[in-house]
Design a protein around this ligand. Sequence first.
Ligand code: HEM
Length: 167
Amino acid sequence: MNEFYSAVESLRFSTWIRESGSIWSYPIVLTLHTMGLAILVGFNWAVDLRLLGFAPSVPVGSMKNFFPLMWFGFWINLVSGVILLMADATTKMTSWVFGVKMLFVILGMIILRKIQTGVFHPEKEDLVQDGKLLAGLSLTCWVLATTAGRLMAYLGPQVGLSGPQIK
Ligand code: HEM
């Protein structure tokens, strides 16, 4: 597998992201990644906290409109994340911290889908009652995913991406 990771990492595009020094390469991709997670995790937290009883005056049903935004944030993170991964495949694909982060991203998205289709279901009367457990699990997943994501820069194998000086 390592040959495959090195082949991906030495693609012209991966090398440009990693070494070009252009503001439009690694810096902008990481900025998009940060914005994607802010949208996804930020709105998901708002829905989870409401389902846990915060801000009871906010009508739960109206938060249904946040789901397309959360999916938009996720797609930004999938695309920017795969680009970041290509640029540092040999390090990230062997990093246990990256594995932990992706586990909680996947669990977080499965629970988001369950809340979207299960809790925000038109027939459902007491949305809050149904969503409490899922909301608690969702909050936990996003705390762990974000923490593992940030700690990748300090834990596990460190070669990769620190971003060359901007020219
Ligand atoms: C969906 C697929 C995703 C992939 C393939 C992915 C991949 C990556 C990679 C490769 C990095 C390392 C960048 C670097 O070394 O500078 C990274 C950083 C990070 N990711 Fe993701 N990611 C994904 C989604 C997410 C999501 C949904 C979150 C939300 C919790 C997230 C949170 C983070 C954080 C906090 C960082 C650290 C950013 C920094 O160092 O400033 N990622 N991601």
